[in-house]
Design a protein around this ligand. Structure first.
Ligand SMILES: Nc1ncnc2c1ncn2[C@@H]1O[C@H](COP(=O)(O)OP(=O)(O)OP(=O)(O)O)[C@@H](O)[C@H]1O
Ligand SMILES: [Mg+2]
Length: 137
């Protein structure tokens, strides 16, 4: 699923994520780009729920890697990491090898580990407090 989606609530962000999830085949790398508080983790909550994750998606501040084996999904928040070596150290190659879908906040930190084939989702704040633009490329 590609396109520009304008949402005005958390629930609408979850809904975009749910529709996006229904178009996935598995083993995709999904790079979530955007500022602090733009909605990357919120989107991941909707995505994980749609893929059948049993545990809640937690805020990135507290963990770098969150695995959802029943959903074949790994959620990475790389904000606190400083480069490709750090990303490899948290298990990047294992996640690729086992064919999980990998969703990555702050993908800039992973440098060239993010392939050109990754799906890029860009989040921007809109005018209102709960307004966001979600662009899926
Ligand atoms: N339409 C919306 N979509 C997503 N989040 C929204 C929306 N409206 C308000 N919010 C609020 O904005 C915040 C988004 O936080 P979230 O943790 O998803 O951002 P993030 O992009 O993951 O930030 P970080 O880079 O710090 O991890 C939450 O507090 C959420 O309740
Ligand atoms: Mg986040």
């Amino acid at each position: 699923m590609k396109g520009l989606f304008k949402v005005s609530s958390v629930e609408e962000t979850w809904e975009v994520a749910r529709k996006f999830a229904s178009g996935l085949k598995g083993a995709e790398i999904i790079a979530l780009e955007g500022d602090l508080g733009a909605g990357k983790t919120t989107f991941t909550q909707g995505l994980a729920a749609a893929l059948g994750a049993k545990s809640a998606v937690s805020s990135p501040t507290f963990c770098i890697v969150q695995e959802h084996p029943e959903a074949k999904l790994v959620h990475l928040d790389l904000y606190r990491l400083s480069g490709e070596d750090d990303v490899i150290a948290v298990g990047w190659e294992d996640f690729i090898d086992r064919g999980d879908t990998i969703v990555v906040e702050w993908p800039e930190r992973a440098g060239s580990l993010i392939p050109d084939s990754a799906i890029r989702v860009c989040f921007r704040h809109g005018a209102g407090e709960e307004e966001r633009e979600i662009e899926i490329k």
